[in-house]
Design a protein around this ligand. Structure first.
Ligand code: HEC
Length: 129
């Protein structure tokens, strides 16, 4: 009896572990997802830091977003995708400059414009696939 219980619990443990391994594979993000999640994190952080008037942090995240989207935009083969991504880079550069002169209103307006570009690409490229 003890033997049967031991075998059964070993089997249950093994299946539980293999289920976990399956999840890990599924949870691995594609490079495009890692890139997009970084964009989202910078956008949210900039929004919060503008509210808190933490302009140094805003400028830092804007610079990161500008650099990442410049690189991605330059490599992009899709003309609309390229245009939108480079526009985001340029707007992020504007946010960095606005943050440097503590101009929160301009930075907020540019942040809104960036959000529009993200949405435009998601609607016209990402969600059309
Ligand atoms: C050139 C087109 C394009 C632009 C511009 C763009 N995205 Fe994306 N986005 C995509 C595509 C395509 C996917 C799907 C990626 C995938 O699933 O591999 C995606 C997916 C995402 C996701 C989901 C990632 C996940 O975990 O599956 C988030 C969040 C996101 N984008 C945020 C943003 C933000 C924020 C911006 C603007 C700063 C932005 N995106 C700009 C094309 C774009």
């Amino acid at each position: 009896m003890k033997m049967i219980i031991a075998i059964l619990s070993a089997a249950i443990l093994a299946s539980a572990l293999s289920a976990c391994a399956g999840d890990e594979v599924k949870l691995q993000l594609r490079p495009s997802q890692i890139m997009m999640q970084a964009r989202k994190a910078w956008m949210m952080a900039m929004f919060e830091n503008l509210g808190a008037k933490n302009f140094i942090a805003v400028a830092r995240d804007a610079d990161e977003l500008a650099a990442q989207t410049r690189k991605a935009g330059e490599k992009s083969l899709n003309p609309l995708g390229k245009e939108l991504t480079l526009a985001i880079s340029s707007l992020a550069g504007d946010i960095s400059a606005a943050a440097a002169r503590q101009d929160g209103d301009t930075a907020k307006a540019k942040l809104g414009e960036i959000g529009g570009k993200c949405g435009e690409c998601h609607a016209s490229i990402r969600d059309k696939k």
